[in-house]
Design a protein around this ligand. Structure first.
Ligand code: ADP
Length: 510
């Protein structure tokens, strides 16, 4: 059932005597089985932090019998390398090292691997090192001895086959075709082992595979995200009703949600899957709010991509992280992928120096993915300052649309006040003169208004008043500086730029 391509690549690299094969995988058990399969006639040694060092042999008839022939506790990785190389214990053998990434930070271990690689190259040692880890760290010293190998995810037909085989082996009857389809889609991005484990779990607890199995799958995916640590699963409470104004943007998202929610039908009809939206503009005016509300509207998880976390200090680490982030998002899909503060991520593109080079490569990777994306990962990118964004990002074909958000208009401020007062003091709403508040808050952002409402309510409470009045909130306005007071010049400049570039206004005209 494994993809031939991956196993074949592994076999080819081993045959070609590549000293180190670094396999990037979440599922080391599966990879280990595959290695045993591929190196049928060679003894496989393994070292990992938990169990130490032991020997595994594969014995005849396609059935593996695992033998812990020799378990050497307190035998560190450096001991393995030392005796392995000098006493030739590693000769004509394969050494699997699991979760190797943290050991590759240690200069002595790296030097010992390098020494072994030199011997492999000059023919005095015949060993293949197989690193399995979900994190890729390639120290510069080992770069030329190493090949990176990534797993292919199972495609829909393969997932379907795993499920059908499972049902047969447990003599469970057929699933309804619609349910089977839903389960197949939910399983996307999980390994065969994970799929079988979840099926077994669902079956042992309920005696059948049903819709609740999908909840188990989603739980499993959440754990994957947490474990990988490069994406954050953001809890969503906000919905479209919590956003005041920005009707053009909201309507556009509603339209796209209709497509995303009826993906199969839409594709059959000839509609292309939406790629995503870039929302630019003044801070505190509802950009993040829109990312969250989009996920709520689509009823899918919201994954936040933090570019700062992607940047690693080892060769290829940032690119590998980006690849993993994308693979994870595709695995979790359908989902919303929120790239916050896009301008920070891609600042320094095209500049000189190592940092800029990595950023430029990451950017290229991201653009290519956006361009070719066929999965139901809806990207919501937000940016405060588009002047810092590379123009390629804003060309057609990347985002479906680019919106800019401005400081809220009079009409918008009115709804924003209503939303925030209603949320906290629903009974006071009718006694508050919203128009008066609106008149005094020209140039204030949505976040400013929220702050003012909170402040007004707090001071009314401290004064032990029964209800919150217009006066309380007016006092809070007096005490607050508006965003446009603080950054007027910058806001004006940005607005001009948005108009020049013909971005869509997120708000409807007055
Ligand atoms: P940014 O545009 O910087 O991403 P946010 O969306 O995070 O701003 O806004 C910060 C907070 O300000 C929100 O959580 C919300 O409470 C309030 N806010 C901003 N804009 C609006 C709006 N249009 N309607 C209602 N609340 C808003």
């Amino acid at each position: 059932m494994e993809k031939i391509t991956f196993e074949k690549k592994l076999r080819d690299y081993i045959d070609a005597k590549v000293p180190i094969i670094y396999i990037e995988s979440f599922d080391d058990n599966k990879i280990e089985k595959m290695v045993l399969n591929v190196v049928a006639r060679r003894t496989v040694l393994e070292w990992n932090e938990m169990d130490g060092y032991f020997v595994r042999k594969r014995v005849e008839e396609g059935k593996e019998i695992i033998m812990h022939e020799e378990v050497r506790e307190d035998y560190g990785l450096q001991d393995v390398l030392k005796t392995g190389v000098y006493e030739k214990e590693l000769n004509r053998r394969v050494l699997i090292v699991k979760d190797v990434h943290s050991y590759l930070e240690d200069p002595k271990t790296v030097a010992m691997f390098k020494n072994a690689c030199l011997k492999i190259e000059d023919g005095s040692l015949d060993t293949t090192f197989i690193f399995i880890s979900e994190i890729v760290k390639v120290p510069r010293e080992l770069e030329k001895y190493m090949t990176l190998l990534q797993e292919d995810f199972l495609d829909n037909d393969e997932i379907r086959q795993v499920i059908v085989e499972f049902l047969q082996s447990y003599s469970v009857g057929h699933l309804h075709e619609d349910l089977l389809e839903e389960i197949v889609i939910a399983f996307k991005g999980l390994s065969q082992l994970e799929i079988e484990t979840i099926l077994a779990l669902a079956f042992s607890s309920k005696g059948e595979i049903d819709r609740e199995t999908i909840d188990l799958i989603i739980e499993q995916k959440q754990q994957m995200i947490q474990k990988a640590g490069i994406l954050e699963m953001v809890p969503i409470k906000e919905s479209m009703e919590d956003i005041g104004g920005l009707e053009n943007l909201k309507e556009w998202i509603q339209k796209k949600s209709k497509i995303l929610k009826n993906m199969t039908k839409a594709e059959e009809y000839g509609v292309e899957l939406p790629k995503g939206v870039l929302i630019a503009g003044v801070p505190g005016c509802g950009k993040s709010l829109n990312a969250k509300a989009s996920a709520k509207l689509l009823e899918v998880p919201l994954l936040k991509l933090d570019m700062g976390r992607l940047m690693g200090k080892y060769v290829g680490e940032s690119e590998s992280n980006m690849r993993r982030a994308i693979a994870l998002a595709e695995a979790i899909s359908p989902c919303v992928l929120w790239v916050d503060e896009l301008e920070k991520a891609f600042a320094g593109i095209g500049g000189d120096g190592g940092g800029a080079e990595v950023t430029t490569r990451l950017f290229g990777q991201f653009l290519t993915w956006m361009q070719e994306k066929k999965s139901a990962v809806f990207v919501v990118a937000t940016a405060n300052n588009i002047m810092k964004l590379p123009p390629e990002l804003m060309r057609k074909g990347r985002f479906d649309e680019i919106f800019y958000v401005n400081l809220p208009s009079e009409r918008e401020r009115k709804t924003i006040f209503e939303i925030h007062i209603k949320k906290r003091r629903p009974n006071d709403l009718k006694n508050i003169d919203i128009d008066k508040l609106v008149g005094k808050t020209k140039g204030y952002s949505g976040a400013d208004i929220e702050g003012i409402v909170k402040e007004g309510i707090e001071s009314a409470f401290v004064k032990e008043k029964q209800s919150v009045t217009t006066e309380d909130i007016l006092e809070a306005i007096e005490a607050t500086h508006s965003l446009s007071e603080i950054m007027k010049e910058e806001i004006d400049k940005l607005e001009k730029e948005y108009k020049n570039r013909k971005f869509k206004n997120a708000s409807k005209g007055e």
